[in-house]
Design a protein around this ligand. Structure first.
Ligand SMILES: CC(C)(COP(=O)(O)OP(=O)(O)OC[C@H]1O[C@@H](n2cnc3c(N)ncnc32)[C@H](O)[C@@H]1OP(=O)(O)O)[C@@H](O)C(=O)NCCC(=O)NCCS
Length: 94
């Protein structure tokens, strides 16, 4: 869970040991987390707060079909709020 602009929502995050980057592990983790959230929780949105310019993390969010829908400051740092909605998750083709 993470608070975004005063709203508390399920939140997915990913971190992978550098020796194993670019093998699809973070995307697989993110897909699992989002799917779990929609299967087990009532909220219709999952967020992923990402610092602008974190190109690897942005690539993961994009591959998952997430979109930037808001901006926030977390721990004093600006973050784009990438989101997936239940409707879009159910309509995805991957
Ligand atoms: C972000 C992170 C978790 C990604 O893990 P990963 O297992 O390598 O991710 P994936 O392999 O699933 O996908 C990585 C994507 O980034 C892309 N990528 C890598 N370097 C890139 C670059 N310099 N510019 C643009 N895209 C880049 C890869 O091409 C890949 O996308 P593709 O499959 O479309 O080619 C990893 O880089 C990491 O742990 N970073 C440090 C922690 C962090 O910043 N976490 C996110 C906090 S919000």
């Amino acid at each position: 869970m993470a608070e975004t602009n005063g709203q508390r929502l399920p939140s997915a995050g990913w971190i992978v040991a550098k020796a194993h980057w670019n093998k699809g592990y973070a995307t697989e983790m993110g897909r699992g987390c989002i799917g779990w959230s929609f299967a087990n929780r009532h909220e219709d949105t999952v967020t992923a707060p990402i610092q602008p310019g974190n190109v690897e993390s942005e690539a993961v969010a994009r591959k998952l079909g997430m979109r930037v829908t808001a901006h926030d400051v977390t721990a004093g740092l600006p973050h784009d709020i990438w989101t997936m909605t239940r409707d879009r998750w159910q309509q995805r083709s991957d």
